[in-house]
Design a binder for this molecule. Sequence first.
Ligand SMILES: Cc1ncc(COP(=O)(O)O)c(C=O)c1O
Length: 388
Amino acid sequence: MTELHNNYDSDRRMLSLWWGYTDESYVIDNELLQSLERALKKYWYWILQYENCYWLQNLREKIVKWAPEFYKIPQFSTESLIITSGITAWLDLVWRNILWGKYDALIIEPCYDTAIRSIQQNSNQIFSINASDNGDGFIKITTDQWNEIRIIFSKWTVKLLYIVPNYSNPSWLSISQEDKIKLLSLCKEFSVTIFEDDPYALYDYSWKNNGIKTFYELDTNHESVIYANSFSKIGFPWLRIGFLVWNPQVIAKISEIQKYSISSPNLLTQWIVEDMIDAWIFTKVFKHRFSAMKNKYINFIATLNESEVASINQYISWINGWFYAWINVKNWTKFTDLARENGLVVIPWKIYWCNYNFEEYIRVTFSQIPSKDLEIATNKLIRTFMTI
Ligand SMILES: Cc1ncc(COP(=O)(O)O)c(C=O)c1O
């Protein structure tokens, strides 16, 4: 059953130093209870009522005011916004709506596993470009690959391009503004919609991506880009609340589907999110999380650099931000055996690709390890590299 998602025991190839999405060192219990209490006081009389299908209007209005500055994206209207149960539910719902099981999609590989599974469910076929690194943390798209994209768009009925533009999961690569402009123009020429999944842009430790415009901003008439972001990576994944910004006509249409689908977000959680924006909780938590994550990143890199592994660069490419490292272990089987001997948990991980093969890579999650254990964990990794 290697195709199943979230079957961690059998289908994930991950060097799991610890499991979890993000750093959890910020204690939220008290904040959560306070938000819940305030939300219930404000909305208690709505309990057991359904909201309209655009979901909590107050939260929509709040996001419209708050998100542009927080995420550094252009202003948008409430009519362009829909609140979602995290980005995840909307990968499925939007693609169902765009692809209908009969149109094709293009992705950049390696690609966020959930996105691949979801496109597989909803498309006719998936095309992909194998992204290599330009040496500076950005995707290198060769002339041949540009031609290939044009050929794919001309020959097939591609309606969707899925991309994580900043610190993509799992490759950590970003896309430059110049390539964004080129890609957007190609997509416009062939009426391909870009799904811009951007939860990692803010984790830009070296400011290399600062100032690069989103696809959404570059698409001045806002016809070709769906911008998606979430409260998961700046706050708490368990809230399961995210949002999409898209063309108001399509938002109106698709909200109808949300009404009768499981993607409709839980009203109680939306109240809490509204309160958390009001009480500046995301701002506070993100500040804490950014600094915790950046410190771990710096310590992880420093411990690797100080190691006696002769040429650590042959395994790891240096990253500018984000939570993970994408490491070339050359020989996956050998690496797994040695890593286990060194006390690392290695979980099979085969779901980051669909047309290409990234068998020699693993994703290392340094962000989820408590700071005090990071050095020990990194040393286990170093020991493995030294014996490989
Ligand atoms: C690229 C990307 N998009 C979306 C998500 C999930 O977002 P959400 O929690 O809002 O569903 C993840 C989580 O790992 C991710 O890596």
